[in-house]
Design a protein around this ligand. Structure first.
Ligand SMILES: Cc1cc2nc3c(=O)[nH]c(=O)nc-3n(C[C@H](O)[C@H](O)[C@H](O)COP(=O)(O)OP(=O)(O)OC[C@H]3O[C@@H](n4cnc5c(N)ncnc54)[C@H](O)[C@@H]3O)c2cc1C
Length: 304
């Protein structure tokens, strides 16, 4: 076992991906620290849906259960601190935790997640995760058959509109002043009873039952739910500062086992994948943990 302060792995991120990586590393006897700055993607939500055995649990309870399980292994330390710097050194990485504490590690797991930029329309931020939603697989069932507005300012949102029909046939597409709807799409919208509003949205307010969507024309639209698809970007600059490769969409590139393009740096969860669910993040974390143990074991075997 490594001496304290020199780790087999520093896991950066204490969401589902990071905790899962910590669990697998800890149970492999790998001296590990999980650092958690406390900024979780699903914080605005009251429930975690679609996670088998925990369907509907609150996000904070989910993480608390995870921390308890990980914390029961003496091989894992959980630190509620931000990693402020990571540098590649001869035998791994030098990591700064918080303001000043420097530790060294053979490997890094980046489980740092994404942060969401939602459309900058007055009122949307306050309702995010409650009546302004993005993921039908997370929230669709709970608002099924309600009246939906879909923020769809370009053609890329057409796919989203098609999927949302699975949860309600009362859909209004809001193009927010952009004219992208072709005649063919218009015909398909008509055939599916989808209405289209072109006026830009000026603000969104909560009502007793749902939402009041105000348009720049002065008209208002009452809907139960507004669906928006956020622009999501890396929460942490660490992958970039370490020189990891990214896809065009801004996802950290990995092989199928979570290895990034930089030796010793592994990625798990939203930071390294295009589709996002808690179950996927947990699976990625487990894969990263297993891969790190296997890679370190191969290195140790060769040097014995
Ligand atoms: C509103 C909303 C609702 C959702 N609802 C669901 C749902 O019902 N079901 C579902 O399956 N999925 C849901 N999701 C998706 C789900 O939240 C993500 O897929 C999941 O959280 C990804 O886990 P993660 O561990 O990769 O990232 P996160 O949970 O975002 O965790 C990232 C971690 O990295 C840490 N971190 C970042 N930088 C640093 C640093 N420098 N030092 C230390 N720590 C750092 C953060 O503090 C955090 O601990 C929802 C998403 C949103 C936005």
């Amino acid at each position: 076992m490594s001496k304290r302060g020199h780790y087999d792995s520093v896991v950066i991120g204490g969401g589902p991906a990071g905790l899962s990586a910590g669990l697998l590393l800890g149970r492999s006897g790998r001296n590990t620290v999980v650092c958690d700055s406390g900024e979780y993607r699903n914080d605005p939500s009251t429930h975690v849906w679609s996670f088998l055995t925990r369907d509907g649990v609150s996000p904070s309870e989910f993480r608390e259960l995870g921390r308890r399980e990980v914390g029961s292994y003496e091989t894992v330390e959980y630190r509620p601190d931000r990693v402020t710097d990571v540098e590649a050194v001869a035998d791994g990485f030098a990591v700064t935790i918080g303001d000043a504490e420097d530790v060294s590690t053979r490997t890094i797991v980046l489980a740092t997640g994404l942060s969401d930029a939602i459309p900058p329309i007055h009122g949307v931020d306050d309702l995010w995760g409650e009546r302004v939603l993005h993921c039908p697989y997370c929230h669709g069932w709970d608002v099924r058959d309600e009246s939906f507005a879909v923020f769809a300012p370009n053609e890329q949102f057409l796919h989203y509109v098609k999927i949302l029909l699975q949860w309600s046939d009362d859909l209004t597409v809001l193009t927010h002043g952009e004219s992208w709807i072709t005649d063919e799409t218009n015909d398909a919208f008509d055939a599916n009873d989808i209405s289209v509003v072109d006026d830009p949205i000026s603000r969104v307010d909560r009502t007793d039952r749902g939402l009041n969507i105000s348009l720049e024309s002065g008209e208002t639209l009452a809907r139960d739910v507004l669906w928006v698809y956020p622009d999501s970007t890396q929460r942490s600059p660490i992958a970039e500062s370490l020189g990891c490769s990214f896809t065009q969409e801004g996802i950290v590139e990995t092989d199928e086992r979570g290895r990034s393009s930089v030796d010793g740096v592994y990625v798990a969860g939203d930071a390294g994948r295009p589709s996002h669910q808690v179950s996927f993040a947990v699976s990625d974390g487990a894969m990263a943990g297993i891969t790190i143990n296997a890679d370190l074991a191969a290195e140790e075997f060769g040097s014995r």
